[in-house]
Design a protein around this ligand. Structure first.
Ligand code: A2P
Length: 344
C-alpha cells in the first residue's frame, strides 16, 4: 500500500473515473449526474481500446481518455472500477499524485490500513482516514449486510448462512451483453454465443465464476466471510455461503438464514428493518410480493422481505430473510459515490 497522501479539497474536487466504459463506471457517471455531485474537471479513463470513444450520459457526451501513468495529475478523487490488476498498478500512482482513491476492486480490501466502508453501516471507519485508498466492499457482501447489519446491531448475529442468486452484471458489461445476445440467439433459433461467458447463461443457473480455493469455497463466498468480519470488526461471527449466478442482468438476490443472540420474532425483525437506512421492506404475504431483481433494478435501496422466524432453531433464536439489491448501484457505484460524499 502507498503511504497516505492528501485528502480532497472541501469543494469541487477534480474527479477521474477509471473504467468509465464498464458497467460500474458508466453507473458512476450517471450517479454523479443524478446526485448533482459538485466537481471540477471530470476525466473518464479506460484502456487504449476505448481511447477517443464518445459515451453518452444524461444527455451529455464524454470522450474517453486512455489510462496512463500521467492520468492523475491534478485529480483529487479517483473512482476505480477496472479490475484488481488495474487498481494495483494505478491506484498507488493516483495517491502519489495527490488523489484519494475509492476502489471498487478487491485489490486493497484486506489491507489493515485501508478502510472498507459502507456509509450507512460503518462510516466511522473513515474517522481517522488521512488520505490514500478506501475500498468499496464486494457487491454481494454489501447488499447482504445492508439488511443484516441493523439486525446484528439490535439482536446480535452469531451465524449467517447465505445462498445467492447473482446477476451477470457482477462480471462486467461484456457478460451483460452476452446474456442479451443469448436471448436474441434463442429467439432466432441459433446456437448460443458463448465467447465471453464460455457457457449458456440464459435459462441456466451455475456456480459463481470465481476461482475455488482448497477449502472448496469460491472467492465470492470467501469475500462475504472476510469482508463481513472486517466491516463488523468482529472476527468471531460464523459465516458460510453458496454463491450462484442466475440469468438476471443487474440485481443480486440472496436468501439469508441467521442464528441470533437475543430472542426475536419475525415481526420485531421487520420493525428493525423498517427503520434501517437504505433498506426498503417489501413483504406482502397476501399478494405474494417480495423482493425481486426487476424491482431492485435502478433503485438505491436494498429490498428485504420473507422476514420470518426460522422455526428449525430454538424459539426466537433464528431468522430468515430474502434480499434484492442493484449490484451496479448500491453494490458498487452508488456506495463509492456515497463514500466520496462522506469524505467531502
Ligand atoms: P475498456 O472498455 O477500454 O476495456 P467491466 O467491469 O464492465 O468489464 O468494465 C471494465 C472497465 O475497465 C472498462 O472500462 C475497461 O475499459 C476498463 N479496463 C480494463 N482493462 C483496463 C486497462 N488495462 N487499462 C484501463 N482500463 C481498463
Amino acid at each position: 500500500m502507498p503511504p497516505p497522501h492528501t485528502t480532497p479539497p472541501a469543494t469541487a474536487p477534480n474527479v477521474a473515473i477509471v473504467g468509465a466504459t464498464g458497467a460500474v463506471g458508466r453507473e458512476m457517471l450517471a450517479i454523479l449526474h443524478q446526485r448533482r455531485f459538485t466537481h471540477g474537471t471530470l476525466k473518464l479513463l479506460a484502456s487504449s481500446r476505448s481511447a477517443g470513444t464518445v459515451i453518452e450520459c444524461c444527455g451529455r457526451h464524454y470522450v474517453i481518455e486512455e489510462l496512463t501513468e500521467d492520468s492523475f495529475r491534478g485529480v483529487d478523487l479517483a473512482l476505480f472500477s477496472a479490475g484488481g490488476a488495474v487498481s494495483r498498478r494505478y491506484a498507488p500512482l493516483a495517491v502519489k499524485a495527490g488523489a484519494t482513491v475509492v476502489d471498487n476492486s478487491s485489490a486493497f480490501r484486506r489491507d489493515d490500513d485501508v478502510p472498507l466502508v459502507v456509509p450507512e453501516l460503518n462510516g466511522e471507519a473513515l474517522n481517522d482516514f488521512s488520505g490514500g485508498v478506501i475500498a468499496n466492499p464486494n457487491c454481494t457482501t454489501m447488499i447482504v449486510l445492508m439488511a443484516v447489519t441493523p439486525l446484528h446491531r439490535a439482536v446480535g448475529v452469531k451465524r449467517m448462512v447465505v445462498s445467492t442468486y447473482q446477476a451477470v452484471s457482477g462480471a462486467g458489461a461484456a457478460w451483460m451483453n452476452e446474456l442479451e445476445q443469448q436471448a436474441r440467439d434463442f429467439a432466432a433459433g441459433r446456437p448460443y454465443t458463448t465467447d465471453v461467458t464460455g457457457r449458456q447463461c440464459l435459462f441456466n443457473v451455475f456456480s459463481h465464476n470465481s476461482p475455488i480455493g482448497p477449502d472448496g469455497y469460491n472467492e465470492e463466498e470467501t469475500k462475504l466471510r472476510r469482508e463481513t468480519r472486517k466491516i463488523w470488526n468482529d472476527q468471531s461471527v460464523k459465516i458460510t455461503a453458496t454463491c450462484v449466478r442466475v440469468p438476471v442482468l443487474r440485481a443480486h438476490c440472496a436468501s439469508i438464514n441467521l442464528t441470533i443472540a437475543k430472542p426475536t420474532s419475525g415481526e420485531e425483525a421487520k420493525r428493525i428493518l423498517e427503520q434501517a437506512p437504505g433498506v426498503r421492506v417489501v413483504d406482502d404475504r397476501q399478494a405474494n410480493r417480495f423482493p425481486e431483481p426487476i424491482d431492485a433494478t435502478g433503485v438505491d435501496d436494498v429490498l428485504v422481505g420473507r422476514i420470518r422466524e426460522d422455526t428449525s432453531q430454538p424459539p426466537g433464536m433464528g431468522l430468515e430473510l430474502f434480499v434484492a439489491g442493484d449490484q451496479l448501484r448500491k453494490g458498487a457505484a452508488l456506495n463509492a459515490i456515497q463514500i466520496a460524499d462522506l469524505l467531502l
